[in-house]
Design a protein around this ligand. Sequence first.
Ligand code: PRP
Ligand code: ZN
Length: 300
Amino acid sequence: MDTSKQRIKIAVQKSGRLTDHSLDLLERCGLKFTQSKDQLFCFGENMPIDLLLVRDDDIPGLVADDICDLGIVGLNVVEEKRLGREFEGRETLFDRVFDLDFGHCRLSIAAPDETPYTGIESLENKVIATSYVSLLRDFLERNTVNADIEYFSGAVEIAPKLGKADYICDLVSTGSTLDANGLSEVEVLLESEAVIIQTRAPLPDDKQELVGRILQRLDGVLQVHESKYIMLHAPRKALDEIRRLLPGSEAPTVIPLEGTNDKVAVHAVCRENVFWETLENLKAAGASSLLVLPVEKMLV
Ligand code: PRP
Ligand code: ZN
């Protein structure tokens, strides 16, 4: 019997902007790993869940081919792969389960600072260098612009200086790569962030159950990300106003206070960060003894 079949494999970027966040997220889901000597495989110590550390561009393929059950990867890579397969008339074979709220960046077209750009028609009959051929092709087709796509596997930002292209289409995060190369963003094609994808291959029941559990924990970790637990005392008559002021909270718990009839304690989970301004508004509405605590785990 092949016992590796009952273990779940998650594909994660080996080294890059998503790596630390991805590993941190899985650790916050309670998973512990030992890294192998070759550093490409992490064995799950406390659950049958292992990691494969690979190039981000390979992650959708590994999940589509059912070599990994789940993958954490940028939406830019996912969409490039999905559109590439679509253009070839092939099925996608993986699903985007949910967004992970880190690794935010965008795929943009950028022009050399000295290029006069007056709108999308400026791209007509020009050469655009990119490693995101399918996303760019899709964008040009949707906007009925005719332009030549020049494939670059890396260092796209130097293509205009080399005289290889008029524009580039690449990821922008802080914008410092564009700045350093005298380029400015002119069109945004895609807002990207890390997402989790799952294979479409049907899984045996025990594996499916495990995938469900890990997805639920991930969801819990994401929910607590900004959540705060807030406690305060308030006059009973101010309750409506206070409920209204509590950011992103469902029904708060109202507890009577010993020895008084007109004052209560209010406890609530707020699904958004609680800023000083909110506390000041609550105080102005009559609240006192305000306390805001971080939420560590949540299972809904
Ligand atoms: C991207 C992109 C730029 C850089 C932009 O590469 O190709 O080089 O990041 O980031 P900045 O706006 O913060 O300067 P990335 O590091 O994601 O590598 P990859 O595309 O090869 O995976
Ligand atoms: Zn990459």
